[in-house]
Design a protein around this ligand. Sequence first.
Ligand code: APR
Length: 245
Amino acid sequence: MSDRVEQLKVLLDEAQTVVILTGAGISTESGVPDFRSPGGLWEKFRIVEYDEYLSSEEARIEDWHRRFFMADQIGQVEPNIGHTEIAKWINNGKCTQLITQNVDSLHLRGGAPQDKIIEIHGNATTESCISCSEHHSIELCRTLFEATGESPKCQSCDGLVKADIVMFGEKMPVKKTAEAFKIAETADLFLAIGTSLVVNPAAGLPLHAKHNNAKFAIINRDATELDNFADCVVNGEIEEVMSAI
Ligand code: APR
């Protein structure tokens, strides 16, 4: 691993504009499981797609069980070295922008400024009505769920409430996605950390950056879909690798 870390250090030194994409792997050392590793969330829960969420109360109830499970975990954990190192790189100007697929707010809590974080899949710590956009806290959603045994309904208009995240099968937020691709174009080093790079459109960002002349590096425990396209792949635990950089 040490040769690869040295190679990554050189790429970081040479780069003026580093854009980072993170995935669930950055939060596992805080205690939040990722999705696709053994023991990951998609082993415990089924993916409920957006259309199913709209049409089936049973699917909504299933999805809320996962939401509350994740909220409990997120509520108990702290940012780790990965989050705080990235925040340092942003605050000292080395990293110009962070794009994250994570919905756990740990980058923000780890010191990354809000205006430098694009949460491309939204944020699970807030919930809104699909019909009138009224905000509902997760605590209120849980109280309603436990009192009725039904999925939480909007307290203003009785519409369906949903976490402010992008579900599978749901349209990506157009402005945010376009912004992420524009930012990828500005990178001279695009660094993907803790993501399997299988979910689009986020997985398209590194190659978009590369087509716009960026170098592309990966820090990840396991192989990713895009290792063959990367200029440097460091396989290891994020906290260990980031501490060594
Ligand atoms: N150090 C290094 N790598 C790690 C660590 C760690 N401590 N923990 C996990 N990883 C790596 C795993 O090897 C895996 O390749 O992080 C990657 C996480 O991959 P996924 O579980 O697929 O998560 P992610 O890529 O973020 O998923 C993308 O899929 O289900 C959706 O919406 C969800 O945003 C998520 C999207």
